[in-house]
Design a protein around this ligand. Structure first.
Ligand code: SF4
Length: 432
């Protein structure tokens, strides 16, 4: 199955490179480049996020072509020790921010060349890392993959996981059984939660102590791995998923983008600088497709960077201040803020999925296919996720504080931020 995925992945990346850019009479059903564009960005990206939220990281363990190729390279590779710099917990977040922004600057959702460069380049690096470090492992997936942080975060709300029964493990008479090759390097015996687990199933049944099991959705957040959340988990959720990503997905229709752009143009004109308005850079640096009237200049790029920075800043102010205040009300400081921020995972996940779904609906609309009620459904999903985040926050607060009054006040502060976010999200994405 993984080889089928690898073959499909390579074909979908390479085939559009050999074709001319689609015209106005090309549709998903009669043009391969348009079809591939829809498969990658209208189906794969949003529905892998949805699947991760519903059933965990099965995509990573069973289907991801990049992970499979990295592991295959690792089976035959040098097997060197993993360097300590590679284990820095900030890499997935930094890589996700970088690829998200680079993808927007090069219009990855519209054109096959940046898609092949970014996805294909990422796969080649994953194979190089596999060929050098670890033996039959997925070192790339565990420490460096740009979407591993997002998948790990979203999977915390999934109702399925591989459960380890410590008592059954101790009782097991199977102590001499061969160990399991957990490719993403998880210490299976002490596995907490499932955010790092790729759900490949290789350890299923090991020592009679591990099995695929149901759990209460988000129980992992309240009582499991959520308690171990740290700074980079919070950075990924608050400024990135709740700020930078909505801004990056919405910039073409954003009033704020236009305001920043006009201001920058005026500054350039005032000081007599014309090159930022006229300089064209190659397609692998900035969008450059004059044949279809789609060229991004330096001012456009700077405006986009300004917009995503603004989005990250606003979401940080909106959520971090109530989180700090709530932690103070619950009379705890330090890591509690990171655990409390985990309550925002349903909201961040739904915002990401529904934002990406805009790619699906806009591509279908441009081909004359309107899905009735889909915008209302997206709005409803974000609101329900917001309510779930409020409920989760209240449950997490019970771990640290017995006073109902303090818990209600702390939850109300975060609920206000969630209401503001949902309102802004509905106005921005649905134009209501
Ligand atoms: S913990 Fe088990 S199911 Fe999860 S990635 Fe490792 S071997 Fe696969």
């Amino acid at each position: 199955m993984q080889w089928v995925m690898v073959a499909a992945y390579v074909a979908l990346l390479v085939a559009p490179l050999t074709l001319p850019l689609p015209g106005s009479s090309d549709y998903i059903w009669n043009n391969l480049a348009r079809f591939v564009q829809f498969v990658f960005w209208g189906v794969w990206w949003p529905f892998v996020i949805l699947g991760t939220a519903l059933v965990g990281r099965f995509w990573c363990g069973l289907l991801c072509p990049e992970g499979a190729l990295s592991e295959i390279a690792s089976e035959r590779g040098a097997g060197r020790a993993i360097p300590s710099w590679m284990k820095w917990s900030g890499w997935p977040v930094v890589a996700f921010i970088s690829t998200t922004i680079y993808g927007q600057l090069t219009s990855i959702y519209q054109y096959p060349k940046p898609a092949a460069l970014l996805l294909g380049g990422s796969t080649l690096v994953a194979m190089a890392v596999g060929a050098r470090y670890g033996k039959a492992k997925r070192v790339w997936c565990r420490f460096l993959c740009p979407v591993s942080g997002v998948f790990g975060t979203v999977s915390k709300i999934a109702p399925l996981h591989f459960r380890v029964e410590p008592d059954a493990w101790k009782r097991s008479s199977n102590a001499d059984a061969a160990g399991v090759n957990c490719a993403p390097l998880i210490p299976i015996k002490t596995m907490q939660g499932s955010s790092a687990c790729h759900m490949c199933g290789r350890c299923s049944g090991h020592r009679g102590a591990i099995r695929l099991a149901w759990r209460k959705p988000a129980a992992d957040i309240v009582f499991g791995s959520g308690r171990m959340a740290a700074r980079w988990d919070t950075i990924l959720i608050v400024p990135v998923l709740l700020g930078l990503v909505p801004a990056a997905l919405h910039w073409t229709a954003s009033d704020a983008f236009q305001i920043i752009r006009i201001w920058l143009v005026e500054q350039c004109v005032d000081v007599g600088l014309t090159w930022p308005l006229s300089l064209r850079l190659p397609w692998w640096m900035l969008t450059d497709y004059p044949s279809v009237n789609d060229v991004m200049n330096v001012v456009d790029a700077a405006s986009l960077l300004g917009l995503v920075a603004f989005g990250a800043f606003i979401s940080s102010i909106l959520f971090l201040l109530p989180l700090v205040a709530a932690a103070a009300i619950l009379r705890r400081t330090g890591k509690l803020i990171h655990h409390l921020a985990q309550a925002l995972i349903p909201l961040a996940s739904s915002s990401l999925f529904c934002g990406l779904l805009a790619l699906t609906t806009s591509q279908l609309r441009s081909d004359g296919i309107n899905l009735p009620g889909v915008d209302a459904a997206r709005g409803a999903l974000v609101i329900l996720a917001g309510l779930w985040s409020v409920e989760l926050f209240f449950r997490i607060s019970s771990v640290y504080c017995r006073s109902l009054q303090q818990r209600i006040v702390a939850t109300a502060l975060v609920a206000i931020a969630i209401v503001v976010f949902c309102t802004a999200w509905l106005l921005m994405f649905l134009g209501t």
